[in-house]
Design a protein around this ligand. Structure first.
Ligand code: CA
Length: 709
């Protein structure tokens, strides 16, 4: 005899078993019964540590390990050629899309432009709710440039967490999208901003911030109670003024490695991306940022390692207390931060099982670190790296090349401030034993010869607080600008590498189906054999991809989902590189796309890539001096309108805009804020001569482009 309560438990168990078998049986049926009896997933420490649950994608890196490795096998090397679009959601009001969606029990959550969060049915893309944190209303005027992007959200139990550009951490009701609580994590009006995903563990939500280049900043991370938003702890990454007293012993220790009056320059270390909670060892790892300013001669004139810049710092997740650190770039002076992913993996090295951290930061070395104590196991180059010959494993320190610190004049250095690897996700496949890194192959010349380092003053708000100039940014000789690299952390060598025509390629996903997925700056979404790197499938999304793909399963069907919308720094920062793919503002549709083996959705084609034609205005006579003055002011505009006034699609290409020929029209938009509702910031401080200068700069750029045709 089975009583009623037992029978319902039994039914639920049977339903789970049916779903589990359907997943392996590769059912492609279009009209499956919804699996209503499956119990709701509880998003907590156990859930986010569960590597075996392939149906959900609960945490930023799928699970706490941040491997972005899925156990799902319905789509594998044999079936992937049948992968087709299952559904898509058009996002006409979005631009740069860079985030990792999360999936719980058939509902997909993601953050898009201007930090708007949406929940959709993961089987068909139907919008369930939308939350707008109204970043525009909360951001101070000059901070509004480049406010487009956010890399992800967090979930804990019944809440979704999003951090906003203007420095708030907001908790939403997971069912309705309604705001439950909101806290400020950065002082109002400060140079700090947030583009990163909150990380959730043990009932706490962790968030850091960026802004090292915006002025004197001192980085920190803060943990909040997930239920209430109450601050649990804060950890500063660099020491403040010793006269004010140190917050803790770690800051006292760190201050020993600084010289001069570093606190006047901020110090930096801002942690804006890589945070990993290690459920096994109950430790939290923070990837820390570069110096503020970049140039150590200014920041710390007597030298020193400048802890905890460019490091992985292990903290107690309950208290924020310092446990250990490993510094990848002691005395950082090139913007070589260590903010990149911190991936946890169990490796066998020389016959020993090692609990490892895998880390491929900007500086070009791939680090394998023993995460029990922070000891370096290996550090080998994964890209052209000219600032150091190698890393001495005994001391854990890089052996630098003489002159690399531009101490004897200009120094050509690889990697660059873009890094050999940026925030684009690295994945790790424990079956192939390979880490998959979107790499960048650039070189540039660093020099401070034009700067009086002894009297350099902290830069004004958002005026490039670096204290060093970089020029001649170009591709490493003999290399493609970017590559997809498979790196073997045990041998310390790349297994294979696929060159890419663009430098700014998206993060990676790998699966137990022996697959590797990546979107490209050039618009293709590609699947590879994870072992050999052989290309197996590709889909042309018709628009550059910057976001990493995810995979999940609902009712026995495996989906691969990705946001399509070229974005991030290289889509905007005025450097003159990576703006050439022809993704035009308002032309190609931004989309959330999901693929499956049963997919049969028809996707409207994208308009072809192409740049807006610069406008010829023969009777607008460019004044060279004004154009020169306008170039400096345009630096703010370039965050969205593109380097050198060449738009990568984040905002209109001003060279093609008739508006730019009218002083009144430009003044109305820039100074009076007539297009605030469309995301164009208002710059109330602009004087008439500033507006005129911008006009002349843009017209000069338009004429130059026309001449080159
Ligand atoms: Ca930086």
């Amino acid at each position: 005899m089975v009583d009623k309560a037992d029978r319902s438990v039994l039914r639920a168990l049977v339903a789970i078993a049916v779903v589990a078998s359907a997943m392996t049986a590769c059912s492609n049926s279009q009209d499956q019964e919804p699996s209503t009896a499956v119990q709701a997933t509880i998003v907590d420490d156990a859930g986010m540590a569960d590597e075996a649950d392939g149906a959900n994608w609960l945490a930023f890196g799928r699970t706490y390990s941040e491997q972005r490795f899925s156990p799902l096998t319905q789509v594998d090397t044999d079936t992937v050629n049948n992968l087709k679009v299952d559904w898509y959601l058009d996002l006409p009001d979005d631009r740069g899309l860079v985030s990792t969606p999360l999936v719980v029990d058939g509902i997909l959550y993601f953050v898009g432009s201007m930090n708007r969060v949406r929940a959709v049915d993961a089987t068909n893309g139907t919008l369930l709710w939308e939350y707008d944190p109204k970043v525009f209303e909360n951001t101070t005027n000059d901070m509004r440039a480049g406010w487009e992007h956010n890399r992800g959200i967090g979930i804990w139990q019944d809440k979704v967490f999003v951090a906003t550009w203007d420095g708030r951490l907001n908790a939403l009701n997971r069912q309705t999208g309604e705001e439950v609580w909101s806290v400020r994590t950065t002082p109002e009006g400060s140079a700090l901003y947030i583009t990163g995903a909150p990380k959730v563990f043990k009932g706490k939500v962790l968030i850091g911030n960026g802004g090292t280049e915006n002025g004197p900043t001192r980085g920190y991370v803060t943990a909040y109670d997930a239920d209430t938003g109450e601050e649990a702890w804060r950890f500063y990454i660099v020491p403040g003024n010793p006269a004010d007293g140190f917050e803790n012993d770690a800051m006292r220790m760190a201050a020993e490695t600084w010289t001069g009056e570093w606190w006047k320059f901020g110090g930096g270390g801002n942690a804006w991306h890589g945070f990993t909670y290690d459920a096994e060892l109950d430790q939290l790892y923070i990837g820390t940022g570069n110096g503020s300013p970049w140039n150590r001669k200014i920041r710390s004139p007597g030298g020193g390692d400048n802890l905890f810049l460019s490091s992985i710092v292990a903290l107690d997740p309950d208290t924020g207390e310092y446990l250990w650190h490993y510094q990848t770039t002691p005395g950082e002076t090139w913007d070589f931060n260590s903010n990149m992913d911190i991936v946890l993996a169990d490796l066998e090295i020389d016959g020993e099982n090692v609990k490892a951290i895998l880390h491929a930061p900007k500086n070009g070395f791939f680090y394998v670190i023993d995460r029990t104590d922070g000891r370096l196991l290996s550090a080998e180059k994964f890209a052209e790296t000219t600032w150091a010959t190698h890393v001495d494993v005994e001391t854990g320190r890089p052996v630098e090349v003489a002159g690399a610190r531009y101490e004897e004049g200009p120094a050509e250095i690889s990697p660059t401030f873009f890094g050999a690897h940026s925030w684009h996700a690295m994945s790790y496949n424990p079956v192939t034993g390979l880490a998959y890194i979107p790499t960048i192959n650039l070189t540039s010349t660093y020099t401070d010869q034009h700067i009086d380092v002894e009297s350099w003053e902290p830069a004004a708000f958002r005026k490039m607080h670096s204290g060093v100039g970089t020029r001649n940014l170009t591709t490493v000789e003999g290399k493609a600008p970017g590559a997809l690299q498979a790196f073997d952390p045990v041998t310390g060598e790349p297994a294979w590498e696929i060159p890419m025509p663009g430098l700014w390629n998206a993060g990676t996903l790998t699966t137990a189906g022996n697959l590797l997925f990546q979107g490209r700056a050039t618009g293709e979404f590609v699947a590879y054999d994870a072992g050999s790197g052989d290309e197996l499938w590709r889909f042309d999304a018709g628009l550059g991809i910057s976001a990493p793909p995810i995979t999940y399963a609902v009712d026995g069907r495996q989906y691969i989902a990705v946001l399509v919308g070229f974005g991030g720094a290289a889509a905007g920062i005025p450097t003159g590189v990576e703006v050439s793919h022809g993704w035009a503002y308002g032309a190609q549709m931004r989309r959330l796309m999901a693929f499956s083996l049963a997919g049969n959705a028809d996707v409207p084609p994208q308009p072809p890539a192409g740049r807006p034609e610069p406008l010829a205005v023969p009777d607008f006579e460019v004044d060279e001096q004004l154009a020169q003055a306008g170039r400096a002011i345009y630096a703010l505009c370039g965050y969205c309108h593109g380097g050198g006034a060449v738009s990568a699609g984040m905002a209109p290409d001003l060279r093609a805009s008739p508006i730019m020929t009218s002083f009144e029209a430009v003044a109305e938009i820039t100074r009076d804020g007539s297009r605030k509702d469309r995301g164009m910031p208002r710059y109330a401080w602009l004087q008439d001569e500033h507006i005129l200068a911008i006009q002349h700069y843009i017209r000069d750029r338009a004429n130059q482009a026309l001449e080159q045709q």
